[in-house]
Design a protein around this ligand. Structure first.
Ligand SMILES: C[S@@+](CC[C@H](N)C(=O)[O-])C[C@H]1O[C@@H](n2cnc3c(N)ncnc32)[C@H](O)[C@@H]1O
Length: 287
């Protein structure tokens, strides 16, 4: 039986230091973003060897999309434990997993730095979590300790630089993305955590990871709305860090105005670059 030490410290109050917050709108945005990113995430996990029968730990589960994706990969003989600090997010993730008929996934209300398990995992994974942590190396190190020797550690984190460069020809789109970037920068979130994974894996005692960068491209209204919705989630933080959004005009009409710009240019735009990195925990013999 698995036991986890951190549940006792869990609180029903939403954590205050998470930059994107926990509004309904932000939770919906995460779910819609997850649908676009799912094939990219699945490719990484399959390449890393995550498959039937494995027990997998998912860090920073949010609405549960990564945990559910992995639950399908490991099948009914496998098991996924998603770790998430926000109790309301866990409640939604649990309900979604149940509605999807996935009985091999559970969620633990804990900070990712406090997970304790009495049984090893075959893999530890996460998407868009290390970028928000003050000490990603120590979290990766403690997650890797929960993985068996020879097991997999696989994470996806963002790289903003390529997206900012590619959007330069579309002024409104570009300004929107730059202001989101500036807000994240001032809040302390690591916008280039993806590339940092190379160093962070090694500093956590893991072999240098295999890595790749993928970017979802699109031009439809739903695709573009993900960016303006991200800006809305970050609005309180922009005010707090004195990033003025005035130049963007009325935020309610922003998605339509960006769509008009993108359509007029007959252009395709990108979401953030997603850097995938994975390596295997060294076996005892290899040390
Ligand atoms: C951007 S969301 C990503 C959710 C999910 N991995 C996905 O890709 O759809 C980040 C999640 O990590 C959670 N989180 C942030 N810091 C955390 C911590 N220290 N411990 C546990 N969860 C944390 C947040 O509450 C949020 O739900």
């Amino acid at each position: 039986m698995l036991t986890y030490a951190a549940d006792a410290r869990a609180s029903s109050q939403p954590p205050k230091d998470y930059v994107l917050g926990y509004t309904d709108a932000e939770q919906e945005r995460l779910i819609r973003q997850a649908a676009i990113l799912a094939p990219i995430t699945e490719r990484l996990f399959r390449e890393a060897g995550i498959g039937p029968g494995q027990r997998v730990l998912d860090l920073g589960s949010g609405m549960g999309d990564v945990a559910m994706l992995v639950a399908r990969l490991v099948g009914p003989s496998g098991e996924v434990v998603g770790v998430e600090r926000d109790a309301n997010s866990i409640a939604r993730a649990k309900a979604r997993a149940l509605a999807a008929g996935l009985h091999n996934v559970s969620f633990l209300n804990s900070d990712v730095k406090d997970i304790v398990s009495d049984q090893p995992f075959d893999a530890a994974v996460g998407r868009f979590i290390l970028m928000f942590l003050p000490d990603p190396v120590s979290v990766l190190q403690s997650a890797a300790r929960l993985v068996r020797p020879g097991g997999v550690v696989a994470f996806q984190e963002p790289s903003w630089a390529p997206m900012l460069a590619l959007g330069a020809g579309l002024p409104l789109w570009s300004r929107t993305r730059h202001l989101i970037h500036e807000t994240l920068l001032r809040s302390g979130a690591n916008r280039e955590m993806g590339l940092a994974l190379y160093r962070v894996f090694q500093e956590a005692g893991l072999p240098a990871p295999r890595m790749h960068l993928e970017m979802a491209l699109g031009s439809d209204a739903e695709f573009i709305r993900l960016t303006s919705d991200l800006l809305c989630s970050l609005r309180p933080l922009a005010e707090q860090h004195k990033v003025s959004l005035n130049e963007l005009g009325d935020l309610d009409t922003l998605p339509d105005r960006i769509c008009t710009e993108v359509t007029a240019a007959n252009a395709v735009v990108s979401l953030i670059g997603v850097v995938g990195a994975w390596s295997r925990k060294p076996t005892e013999n290899a040390r």
